[in-house]
Each structure stands twice: as structure tokens, then as C-alpha cells.
Design a binder for this molecule. Structure first.
Ligand SMILES: Cc1ncc(COP(=O)(O)O)c(C=O)c1O
Length: 464
């Protein structure tokens, strides 16, 4: 592009304005299914086009189809923020176009990943025995953790696959409220969905360890092979925290791989007073957390910490002749050995820039503020005669319902009314079979007045 410099400057201005005031846009996109597709030509233009024309179509056609995760009124799912240092890092990473499969194809990406993940590990209090690796998403981190668990438990699985030998009747366990990425990993690893047992939860949506112990014992008695347990720290619906220490004790006794899914909430362990959430995790074999969820890092960046990275490498390392290097033979780390992907993006750059920009103090302060706002909202719910809270609020998510047990449809109507306004966006879940509204706080720009506005809109919609 011959006028790259001018376009980049223009883009920088556009992005600065956008990050400054995402409220200019409705938080939830208002396009209808097919609108974007229908507004675009069916074929690539025969002749290359000018960037100005492309950008004009970006603003006219693409932007209306964007749901603004950067909007301070984004309270759905797990709210996230792509912070400015992360955006700059992504710009640089795209320019550098690193492909970090081997140490020599990007010594910087390889070693910055190691250093940055060391910083993060120490911040959340995990011991040095855990080595980290960056993947795109928690689903992929969990898939790799369970692949390592399978490798550890089923001798020869890498060569022979699951063919009905020692592997017959492999079993994996997770809590009733664990994320569906666990199901997908079990399916993809060829263990079969039926191999996954969901252990019932207590009244606060936490896995009941005594039922886990019972399930493992019953399976062993039936000749099955328990290979892994997934404990969740910050479950998707209610952000409940499974008792990791009790679960770790069972896994240690049973010699079963323990994977901790702390994708959303794990980062909270860096906040004074929240160290308890990872108590017992030091005994786990692996743990996932997602800086792209609640650490101001642009999507995507998930971290898998593993205490047995040798097993993970054993499961995946495979070096064809053309990728052999002298330094590899001498023991230097090649990122391609730690997973299914050969090529890897330079993701560590954005995590490094984000952590340096905020500093440990800044990161802790933002997380603590989000949790304060959630507690404040929860207090409004508790004092309300319209709404009631349905789960504890350990972090930055509040689950609540309309009082008087109205129908799912009535809850949907309230949610749709609130979301249609364009100022806020909330999502829902089900707990104990009942429709639940969720307010999730995680955006850097979300301030008390945004939360107050959401509360006002909810009350107004519920009163209609
Ligand atoms: C607890 C938990 N684990 C895993 C995931 C999957 O995350 P990802 O989109 O990074 O695969 C989610 C998604 O919200 C989650 O809440």
C-alpha cells in the first residue's frame, strides 16, 4: 500500500476516537441476519481498490454489524476490554508478522512468552513448577490439558490411539456447572461424550467433592479408568468456585490429572484477599486462565499453565527434517512442541505491553473496582422489591431474577426491552432450571454511573 503512512495515521485517529467514546454506538448491533452479507458484493473486485474506498465501506457496512465489546454498557457473558496498549501491540504484531513455531523463527516471541507468563504466574501465586504456554482460547487450552491427561493415563495412546486396550472405559469428571469446552475436548479427543461425568453441585453451584470421590470409586469398581478431573474457579453462569483443595486431595490420592478452569476468574487471585480462590491449585497438573477475558488484553489470548509440560510435549512433539535446528537439538524450547498448532502468532507482545502499561498495582486496582461495582449492584438487587439475587457474588458477575417467579418469557421481555435501547447489553443463563439475568462487569470504562443506568433501565422495563 503506497500511502500506508497516511492511512495508518488516519486509522490511529479513528481508533483513538473509538476507544475514547464507544458509547457513540449502540452496544448490541442492530443489524438483522443477512444484512451484512447482502450489502457486500458476491465476488472479489477484479481491480485492487483504494484504501479510502475500503474504509468508507468499513464504516458504512461493517461497523453497523459490530457488537461493541468495548462499550462500558457491555454487561453480557463475561465483559472484556481491549485496552489501548493491547491494541498498539496487535498493530505491531501484525506488522512484524511473526510465526513463532521454532525458537529461531522468532526468538523474541518464544522468550517473551516465557517471561510474560512468569510475571503472570507469580502475580496469581502459582509455584515455579508451572510452565506456561499461550493458546488462542480456553477451549484450546483445556483440550491440550486433557490430551496431556490422556497421554499420562493411557500408555501408548499416541501410537495406537484409543483402541480398546488399557484405554477401555476412560472417564473424565467435572462439575455440573463446568463450561461446555470440557465436553468438546472429550469429544474431540475420542474419549466419547459418555466418558464425561458431571458431578452435582451444592446450593452455591460448587462441585461436591464427596460425590466426586464416590463417582471415581464406583467407576474403578466397575473396571473403568478415571483419567482427569476439571475443577472450575469462576463458573460461566454464576462464577462459583469449586473447592479446588478438596478436589486436589482426591486427585492426588487417585492419581488422576487435575485441570483447573480459571478462564475468567483466575486473574482475581492477584487481588489481596482473593488468594483463596486458587488454594489447592498448586497441586493441580494444569490450569487455564484467559487474559482476554478479564485482564484487558485484546481477544484472543489464553494461558495454559502446566506442571507436567513434559507430558504435553510427549503428546505433541513431532519434528520433521525441515524443522530440525541445532539449537533445538541442544534443548532450546520450540513453541510448536507444545500443541497441535505449528504456526503461532506473537500473542505475548500484547500481554507484555498490557502488563507493563497497567503494572501489577493497576491491574489489581481495576479488578478490585469491578468487584466493588458488582457488590454495589448486588446490594441494589437485595434491597429491591422487584428483583432477587440467585447466587453469591464472589467476583464481578451478579445473577438475579424477577421476584414472584414470573415466566421465562417475562424475563426475556425485560431483557429484550433493556437491550433494545442500545445503552446496555445483558445476557441470561439458567440456574436450577430457572431463567436468570446476568450483569457482568469487566470493561475498563465501566463506571458506577453505567451500572446505575443498567439498574434504572431494568427497573423501568420490569415496571412496564
Ligand atoms: C469458565 C469458562 N471456561 C472456558 C470458557 C471458554 O472460553 P474460550 O472462549 O476462551 O474458549 C469459558 C467461556 O466463557 C468459560 O466461562
Amino acid at each position: 500500500m503506497k500511502d500506508f503512512r497516511a492511512q495508518a495515521h488516519r486509522l490511529a485517529d479513528w481508533i483513538a476516537d473509538y476507544l475514547d467514546k464507544p458509547e457513540r454506538f449502540p452496544v448490541l448491533s442492530r443489524v438483522r441476519p443477512g444484512d451484512i452479507r447482502d450489502a457486500l458484493p458476491a465476488n472479489v473486485p477484479e481491480r485492487g481498490e483504494d484504501f479510502a474506498a475500503i474504509f468508507s465501506d468499513f464504516e458504512r457496512i461493517i461497523l453497523p454489524g459490530v457488537t461493541h465489546w468495548n462499550h462500558p454498557g457491555f454487561f453480557a457473558y463475561f465483559a472484556i476490554t481491549g485496552s489501548a496498549p493491547g491494541v498498539l501491540a496487535e498493530f505491531l504484531a501484525a506488522a512484524l508478522n511473526q510465526q513463532a513455531m521454532l525458537w529461531r523463527t522468532s526468538p523474541a516471541a518464544t522468550e517473551l512468552e516465557e517471561v510474560t507468563l512468569g510475571w503472570l504466574r507469580r502475580l496469581i501465586g502459582l509455584p515455579g513448577a508451572f510452565e506456561g504456554v499461550i493458546y488462542d482460547t480456553a477451549s484450546v487450552s483445556t483440550l491440550h490439558a486433557l490430551a496431556a491427561a490422556r497421554e499420562a493415563a493411557v500408555p501408548g495412546v499416541r501410537a495406537a490411539g484409543l483402541t480398546g486396550g488399557a484405554d477401555r472405559g476412560v472417564r473424565v469428571y467435572c462439575g455440573e456447572h463446568a463450561h461446555t469446552s470440557v465436553d468438546k475436548a472429550v469429544i474431540l479427543l475420542g474419549l466419547g461424550h459418555d466418558a464425561l461425568t458431571r458431578i452435582p453441585a451444592d446450593a452455591e453451584f460448587r462441585m461436591r467433592p464427596e460425590l466426586l470421590a464416590r463417582a471415581i470409586a464406583a467407576d474403578r469398581a466397575a473396571g473403568l479408568l478415571p483419567v482427569a478431573v476439571i475443577a472450575t474457579v469462576g463458573s460461566t453462569s454464576s462464577t462459583s468456585v469449586d473447592p479446588v483443595d478438596a478436589i486436589a486431595a482426591i486427585c492426588g490420592r487417585e492419581r488422576v490429572w487435575l485441570h483447573v478452569d480459571a478462564a475468567y476468574a483466575g486473574v482475581a487471585a492477584m487481588v489481596p484477599g482473593y488468594e483463596w480462590i486458587l488454594r489447592g491449585a498448586e497441586q493441580a497438573d494444569s490450569l487455564v486462565l484467559n487474559p482476554h477475558k478479564w485482564l484487558f488484553t485484546p481477544f484472543d489470548l489464553s494461558v495454559l499453565y502446566c506442571r507436567r509440560m513434559d507430558v504435553l510435549r510427549q503428546a505433541f512433539a513431532l519434528t520433521p527434517e525441515y524443522l530440525k535446528t541445532r539449537e533445538g537439538d541442544a534443548g532450546v524450547k520450540n513453541l510448536m512442541d507444545t500443541g497441535i498448532q505449528l504456526g503461532r502468532r506473537f500473542r505475548a507482545l500484547k500481554l507484555w505491553m498490557v502488563m507493563r502499561h497497567f503494572g501489577a498495582e493497576g491491574l489489581r486496582a481495576h479488578l478490585a473496582e469491578h468487584m466493588r461495582l458488582a457488590r454495589l449492584f448486588a446490594a441494589w438487587v437485595d434491597a429491591s422489591d422487584r428483583f432477587e439475587r440467585v447466587a453469591p457474588v464472589p467476583f464481578s458477575v451478579v445473577c438475579f431474577r424477577l421476584r414472584g417467579d414470573p415466566s421465562d418469557e417475562e424475563h426475556q421481555r425485560v431483557l429484550d426491552t433493556v437491550n433494545a435501547g442500545g445503552e446496555v447489553f445483558l445476557s441470561h443463563t439458567k440456574l436450577d432450571g430457572r431463567y436468570v439475568l446476568r450483569l457482568a462487569i469487566g470493561n475498563l470504562k465501566t463506571a458506577e454511573h453505567h451500572v446505575a443506568r443498567a439498574w434504572e433501565l431494568l427497573n423501568s422495563a420490569a415496571g412496564q
